[in-house]
Design a protein around this ligand. Structure first.
Ligand code: NAP
Ligand code: ZN
Length: 322
């Protein structure tokens, strides 16, 4: 059995057709025929060599498809797979539903071949059933982008919370929708003034190309892969407010100590989300019609599609279809 994929052998090299023999299915594993795969900016970081020598690389970790092999009760199920493809299943983190933090966690497209392909095999615990109400193409970006912003929202926000979202890209536009669905008061912070109408349509009550008013927000999600003005954004938090870093910024965050101390504020980071978080995020999305705004492209156009994400041209997520 051979799987057909697109791979790059070096940083910034083009993706080319690539065949590989999959690992044997272990008990509990599933084989998925991929219908759609979203392009996350992490795929750009990987392909550009930002995260080291990860080659040969088959990108893609926002996968939706149908189970064709594995446990009999999974056959025919429509499932999604995000950044994580497996974990040890027995450590403290796995036993308490925090599989993301498992020391034995495995990434879908780092050390394994990802979703720019016709098929994939993963641990069945990380292939999550997609609710019927969600179309496959617009659901795909929820598997990484959606759960990544949902996790800190679920931890730190609730109805009435004042939530700021920096960077209105793949993660950011889902954060606006999910925060709005949770009953938050939502503010978008973007470098792109032309995104205002879209941001408001996604659920933002307010839109700024600058920085927040002092003491105005309870939670800030930084989805931009850039170092923000921490003086302005930390100062924009109310006492006990939380700044959650999600984007892979290239340099250190400079945190003014008196802003941390004075308002007992928190600066934290957050990585993707556990299978349980993916399930509850998908449930919220199904109930509130949260969908990625996508640009569709055929799988064979993966180079052009990846480049649109690299150049911040995607509105708001490229999704490849087989
Ligand atoms: P994306 O679709 O490319 O969107 C990123 C947005 O950030 C852009 O649309 C832009 O928004 C803003 N931005 C881009 N360059 C910027 C710069 N130099 N300065 C300020 N703002 C900038 O990317 P994405 O897929 O949402 O991913 C964003 C980041 O999150 C990436 O670094 C990715 O690796 C990371 N990520 C982290 C996790 C996690 O578990 N923590 C999971 C997935 C992705 P505006 O035009 O509105 O300014
Ligand atoms: Zn991702």
């Amino acid at each position: 059995m051979t799987f057909n994929a697109y791979a790059t052998k070096h940083a910034r090299a083009a993706l080319e057709p690539f065949q590989y023999e999959p690992e044997p299915l272990r008990p509990g594993d599933v084989e998925i025929v991929i219908s759609h795969c979203g392009i996350c900016h992490s795929d750009v970081h990987l392909a550009d060599g930002d995260w080291g020598d990860v080659f040969p690389l088959v990108p893609g970790h926002e996968i939706v498809g149908t189970v064709v092999a594995g446990p009999t009760d999974r056959i025919g199920q429509r499932v999604g797979v995000g950044w994580q493809r497996s974990s040890c299943g027995s450590c403290d983190y796995c036993r308490t539903g925090d599989e993301v933090l498992c020391p034995g966690n495995q990434a879908t497209c780092m050390g394994h071949f990802g979703g720019f392909a016709d098929r994939i095999r993963v641990d069945g615990r990380f292939a999550i059933a997609i609710p019927e109400a969600l179309p496959s193409d617009t659901a795909a970006p929820l598997l990484c982008g959606g759960v990544t912003v949902y996790t800190p929202l679920a931890a730190y926000a609730g109805p009435g919370s004042r939530v700021g979202v920096i960077g209105i890209g793949g993660l950011g536009h889902l954060a606006l929708q999910l925060a709005r669905a949770m009953g938050c008061e939502v503010t978008a912070f973007s470098r792109s003034a032309d995104k205002e109408a879209d941001a408001r349509a996604f659920g933002a009550h307010h839109f700024h190309t600058g920085t927040p008013a002092r003491g105005s927000l309870d939670l800030i999600l930084n989805t931009a892969h850039a170092v923000p003005d921490m003086e302005a954004f930390l100062g924009g938090l109310r006492p006990r407010g939380v700044f959650s870093q999600l984007g892979a910024a290239p340099g250190p965050l400079q945190v003014p100590s008196m802003l941390l101390i004075g308002g007992s504020r928190t600066v934290t980071g957050s990585a993707i989300g556990s299978p349980a978080a993916i399930r509850s995020m998908l449930g919220l999305a199904a109930t509130h019609a949260v969908q990625a705004r996508i640009e569709a492209a055929p799988m064979h156009a993966c180079n052009e599609a990846l480049d649109r994400t690299r150049k911040n041209l995607a509105r708001y997520r490229l999704v490849l279809a087989n």
